[in-house]
Design a binder for this molecule. Structure first.
Ligand code: FNR
Length: 185
């Protein structure tokens, strides 16, 4: 059984990020033949088109992490009704130089958790738009807009609510089956 490596992007740098907890929960629900590369985005320079001639080391590392993966997973908060700038910066870096888009053709899942009642719906919609342009197919359903509540997910990704666990397991099962199809497994 060959392993599927997933490049995992968390769109928050916050120490106690709810989205990082959600990412951990997804990781724990995934089958044993799935591995996750936690893509580092906190030390990236701000993208500058001058990089295109000679990418800085951190930016080159990001591209390598993405290129080594068979699939992508984005778990992101919503900032001001869109995706956080740090995540957009990472996407811009890995999408360039022109003609060397590291994301092209890699299937992606998109999820998010927020304290707000409509979850991260608008951030995810903006992200899906960007990914479509970058030739990244995204899993359409189930959409995952989680509202954070006390005790819902702990630091280790343990889910404290049966309904949420079942729902997220459903997402993971669908994602795994769909990634397999996209990759021609
Ligand atoms: C937010 N938050 C927020 N929430 C939301 O549902 N919609 C939004 O548009 C915004 N906008 C926003 C802007 C900025 C600058 C901050 C700092 C926060 C609240 C956000 O959901 C909350 O802070 C989450 O806890 C952020 O995710 P992490 O860091 O816990 O993963």
């Amino acid at each position: 059984m060959s392993k599927t490596q997933v490049a995992l992007f968390v769109g928050s740098l916050r120490k106690d990020s709810f989205n990082r907890k959600l990412a951990r929960a997804i990781e724990k629900l995934a089958p044993a033949d799935y591995g996750f590369t936690h893509v580092r985005i906190d030390d990236l320079p701000l993208y500058n088109q001058d990089f295109d001639d000679d990418y800085p080391a951190e930016a080159a590392r990001l591209k390598k992490d993405v290129e080594a993966a068979g699939a992508l997973l984005f778990v992101t908060p919503e900032y001001n009704r869109s995706l956080p700038g740090v995540l957009k910066n990472a996407i811009d870096i890995a999408s360039r130089p022109w003609g060397k888009n590291s994301f092209a053709g890699k299937p992606a899942g998109v999820l998010g958790i927020s304290i707000g009642t409509i979850g991260t719906a608008l951030a995810q919609q903006h992200l899906r738009n960007i990914l479509a342009y970058l030739d990244v197919p995204t899993l359409g359903q189930p959409e995952v807009f989680v509202q954070m509540k006390d005790g819902l997910i702990d630091d280790n990704g343990n889910i404290g609510d049966d309904g949420t666990r079942k729902f997220l397991q459903g997402f993971v099962d669908k994602y795994v089956a769909w990634v397999g199809k996209q990759r021609g497994a």
